[in-house]
Structure formats: C-alpha cells, structure tokens
Write a protein that binds this ligand. Structure first.
Ligand code: ATR
Length: 275
C-alpha cells in the first residue's frame, strides 16, 4: 500500500476522461504528494471495486459513465443534492470503508457560469434547456437552487422532459423539440445539455433567431470548445461560456476533500488540461 493519498476516476470507457490530467496538474501545481488515476470498471465489478479501493490507499473517486446512478446504492451517506439529482459523481471513502456520495456537476455548472459571465443574474428570467438526460437533471437542480424563476425544457424524447417536470415540480415546463426555438424568446439563461455539436455527433439545428442578446448561453459540450451552438449565440450578441469550465469546476470539491487544498480554476488550469 502507498503512503500517500490516492484517488481515481471510475468509468467504462474511461480513457477519454480529462479528470486524471486535471487532478494530476493540481497535485503538481500545489506540490501535493498524491496520485490520481483512471480505473476502467465493468458494471458487475462496481461493488467489489468500491469495497476494495479504501484498503489500497484510495481516499475517494470520481464516477463517470455508466456508474453515476448505480453507485448510489453502495453509498452509506448521500448529500441532498445527489439524492435530488439521483446520481453521484464524487465519492469520499471514510477510514472504516464507509462511502460518502455527492454530486458536484451542478456546482461545476454554476461556478463556470459565474466565472465566465460575472454579470449573469439567474433571477432575471427563465432558463431554457435543450436535453433531458443526466446532465440536465444536475443543471436543473442547480438552477433552481440559484433562484432561476422558471425552467423550460425541450427534449427530442418529450417523455423524458415530462419526467423532469414531475420530479422537479411546477417551476419546470416542457415544450416540444420541434418548437424548441420558441422557448428562447424570454430566456435569460440558455443551455445545451444534449450531445449535439460534439465532434462526431449530429449538428445542433434549432434556430436561435428568437434569442435575446441579453441571454447568457452555455454548452456542456467542450469538444470543440466553440460549438456551432455557442458561435451562433455569440453572433446574436450573447455572452457565451464554453463547457470545459464545468468539468474543471466540478472537480474542485473532490480535490479539496481528498487532498486538503481548494484548487484554482484559471487559464493555466485550462491550458494544462487541453495540452
Ligand atoms: P447526459 O447524461 O450526458 O445528459 P444522456 O442521458 O445520454 O447524456 O442524454 C443525452 C441528451 O442528448 C438527451 O437529452 C438526448 O435526447 P433523447 O432523450 O431524445 O435521447 C439528447 N440527444 C442525443 N442525440 C440527439 C439528437 N440527434 N437530437 C436531439 N437530441 C439528442
């Protein structure tokens, strides 16, 4: 066993994850003796892995696709926000092996918006969200928490958007995917949580004609950094915030908990992760 703290990202596949680069950079930057690795874990090996890691010097882990929901059943303590979202992305292992589960995706989303658009006022008007997957759930919880008065969701599969409304209540409303451009008219915050626009995925084709230049627009896709969606919004005069910062900021609470230092997210961090 090592005598320095270890953490990892658990997923399958996991080789694409930027978390090892991010945490590795922070460990080096702050001169902390520790290790952060990527662990490919099959679904049927998840529980055994979680039970074994603490005895190997692991103090925590990030969780990515496809384990974010399943991991909840093995947690001994779950934060309110992870319970609300129904998924966890950050685990801390107690000395006795107990597992503490949190979800920092919503925190990362808000911290990124606040850093990239300091003038952003969540209370000023409705938020319009494209997509209704796991990322949308975390973002809805965070937006509601930040005081957004109304959240409008459009998803290709309408039933998934309806499910969000039944889970998160009256503040959420649903529009048809084919009518999605209509939700932009009064929107103060606009978010793409679909995979549209990502390298190798389909294009984002919804018209942004109705978008007000006062809206703050962000995308969770960060490959490419400037998605066609963000480019179109910038052309309308909107402040845009790319999706890389959400990934960087969601890593902050875990790193602080495991390694005892609250890390900075700045241009140097971005450069290190993109290198
Ligand atoms: P995540 O957890 O990252 O949000 P996800 O749960 O797979 O990932 O969700 C992906 C989102 O992208 C969904 O809202 C999905 O729409 P469906 O619910 O209809 O599947 C959306 N999406 C993916 N491909 C799409 C496409 N070609 N057109 C429209 N929406 C798409």
């Amino acid at each position: 066993m090592t005598n320095f703290p270890r953490a990892a990202v658990i997923g399958n596949p996991v080789s694409h994850s930027l978390s090892p680069k991010l945490h590795g950079y922070w460990l080096k930057r702050y001169g902390i003796e520790g290790e952060y690795t990527a662990l490919q874990v099959m679904e049927d090996a998840l529980e055994t892995t979680l039970r074994t890691l603490p005895s190997q010097g692991f103090i925590g882990a990030n969780v990515t696709i496809p384990h974010k929901v399943n991991v909840m059943q093995f947690a001994d303590k779950i934060t309110d926000r992870a319970t609300l979202i129904g998924a966890a992305n950050t685990l801390t292992f107690k000395e006795d092996g107990r597992i503490f589960a949190d979800n920092t995706d919503g925190y990362g989303f808000i911290a990124n918006l606040r850093q990239g658009a300091p003038e952003w006022d969540p209370k000023r008007g409705p938020a319009a969200i494209f997509g209704a997957g796991g990322a949308a759930r975390a973002i809805i919880v965070a937006l509601a928490d930040a005081g957004v008065p109304e959240i409008i969701v459009a998803n290709r599969t309408r039933a998934k958007a309806e499910a969000l409304r039944s889970d998160f209540g009256a503040r959420v409303s649903v529009v048809d995917w084919v009518q999605a451009d209509k939700m932009l008219e009064d929107a103060n915050t606009v978010i793409n949580t679909t995979s549209l626009g990502m390298v190798g995925a389909h294009d984002f084709k919804v018209s942004l004609d109705e978008l007000s230049p006062k809206a703050v627009v962000t995308d969770i896709v960060y490959n490419p950094l400037q998605t066609p969606f963000l480019i179109a919004a910038a052309k309308k005069g909107c402040t845009t915030v790319d999706g890389l910062g959400m990934l960087l900021h969601q890593g902050v609470p875990g790193f602080e908990r495991w390694f005892g230092k609250r890390p900075d997210v700045d241009d140097e961090t971005r450069r290190a992760v993109l290198a």
